[in-house]
Write a protein of this length. Structure first.
Length: 350
């Protein structure tokens, strides 16, 4: 089968003024990375086989993610403010790239203003000696008394009692972790513009957080982390990664809207006119969400699915309305021919 070659999009940069190193450069395996301009912004792309990233094995996907981020970070190191694109974003050709830039132009410009002179620092904090922490948690008065009670029982502990100890330890450990995490975030909050919490990989991890900071405050931020390390008597491990582009806050995602989905969504929210606005979508959602909320309909079969459908319809229509707004339209159309003009949705995945 013949490979279908398209334009792989890494991110968006400002093209005025255009930093010379970003006009084109090569990376490993001979990939050539270059820019496709539109007005005063440019997409950073390479010619690549169009593949479905969603069906790739995890190890192959991880390798591609490393390459994707490596190129975005090289773009940033050349002096550009770069808005990252989600892994696996393709356009068929240069016209398709420019169409994406056109549809997302206002959003891209707005994000560009927000992240100018900003960087992301990823901070991961773990317990230095997790076994000591578990031992300390086990000395909690309630847990200790429960253990002593079980040890005094000649029949030994039942499976349920053993499980209860595990739950008590987990609860105490979470409480200890949350206290440390709050202290760390509070200490650093004054030195960042925003922060995003990421999933914790295991019980040894205390926080896994992305901080959006001004470049000028990077040294102050790193000094504060060192102060925290001293304050916790090195009982915690602090690991910083960065500076990075603002992956956690402003990663662009391209979606191809389907008319059938939008039509289903507007009917689900009871929007029967051919035109609507984002405010009308929100009002319709509030009405439908109240009437289908599981907490208000405890004995109604299928209410959870109905509520999920209403929420999904709302998200689809809000994205669609925002694309129409970016195109300068005060109201979005549900007529199929008009819909085709706004079928590409450029949204933030943060």
């Amino acid at each position: 089968m013949t490979e279908k070659i398209g334009k792989y999009i890494y991110g968006i940069v400002n093209s005025t003024p255009h930093p010379a190193p970003m006009k084109k450069f090569s990376v490993e395996n001979g990939w050539r990375v270059y820019t496709i301009p539109y007005q005063d912004i440019s997409a950073v792309v390479s010619d690549s086989e169009i593949v479905a990233y969603t069906h790739m094995p995890k190890d192959a996907l991880a390798r591609l993610l490393v390459k994707h981020q490596k190129i975005i970070e090289r773009i940033m190191s050349s002096g550009c403010t770069v808005i990252p694109m989600r892994l696996g974003t393709f356009a068929a050709d240069e016209t398709g790239v420019k169409n994406i830039l056109d549809k997302g132009y206002k959003l891209i410009k707005r994000i560009g203003d927000r992240i100018r002179d900003k960087i992301e620092i990823e901070l991961v904090v773990t317990w230095s000696d997790f076994n000591s922490v578990l031992k300390e948690v086990g000395e909690d008065e309630e847990i200790r008394e429960f253990k002593e009670k079980l040890l005094a029982n000649p029949k030994g502990a039942t499976v349920d009692e053993q499980m209860k100890i595990g739950v008590m330890v987990k609860k105490a450990l979470d409480k200890k972790r949350e206290k440390c995490a709050l202290e760390i975030q509070t200490y650093l909050r004054g030195y960042c513009e925003d922060f995003k919490l990421h999933e914790l990989m295991d019980d040894k991890m205390i926080i896994n957080t992305g901080f959006l900071i001004n470049k000028r405050k990077q040294e102050d931020f790193e000094r504060k982390i060192e102060e925290l390390n001293i304050g916790f008597n090195e009982r915690l491990n602090f690991r910083c990664v960065g500076p990075l582009p603002p992956y956690s806050f402003y990663t662009l995602e391209i979606k191809k809207a389907q008319f059938e989905e939008i039509d289903w969504a507007r009917k689900k929210l009871g929007l029967l006119n051919n035109f609507t606005s984002e405010d009308e979508v929100k009002e319709a959602y509030r009405t439908r969400a109240l009437s289908s909320h599981p907490d208000r309909n405890l004995d109604t079969p299928g209410v959870e699915k109905e509520f999920d459908d209403v929420t999904r319809a709302y998200k689809l229509l809000v994205d669609y309305c925002q694309v129409c707004e970016q195109a300068g339209q005060k109201r979005c159309s549900f007529e199929e021919e008009e819909f085709k003009k706004n079928a590409i949705l450029v949204t933030i995945r943060g």
